[in-house]
Ligand binder design. Sequence first.
Ligand code: PAN
Ligand code: ZN
Length: 190
Amino acid sequence: MKDIEKILATFDPATGRMDGAPLTQRFLHDLRRCFHDAAAFEQAAAAGNPLIYTVAGVEPGAGDGDLHYGVGMIMPGRIGDEYYMTKGHLHSWREAAEVYCGLAGEGVMLLEDEDGGNSRMVPLGAGKVVYVPGRTAHRTMNTGTVPLTYIGIYPAKAGHDYSTIARKNFTSIVVERNGAPAMVRRGTKA
Ligand code: PAN
Ligand code: ZN
């Protein structure tokens, strides 16, 4: 059996921080070309480089049957009308699915088939579990006023493909309309 450090982890559901786990931090400048409103991005990026999200990652093993997981935290905020969000990715091993459990705060996930033909916006928050099937690009947004925290659990072999999203971005965006999140096609006005 694995050592207790690999079996038990302790995290703070309000902040997403986990004792002893490496923390990836993404700042606004890391998200260039993710947001649809380039002018709003440049204005915000000129004013500063705030922390947008963190992931505390746990990789207990790398075998065929192993799992990895990460506790994510996304700050509340928007660039123009678009909510603060993650870069988003496909898994390098395309068949790899993932389970997201919301811990605190309010948010949504944008799920897109790899060919971009089908987009879906799904709520993520306390009491919500989202199953992300294989071959599905996924990006998470904080649509609330406090940090959104969640845990994502995926096969150790999944790997993260960011380059496909960096090249094509998502077909849809999630924007604030009348105080609520709405999914619209990129490049259209809703
Ligand atoms: C999550 C994500 C986390 C950050 O743990 O890695 O939400 O999003 P990006 O990886 O797109 O920056 C996950 O989906 N892992 O597979
Ligand atoms: Zn993933």
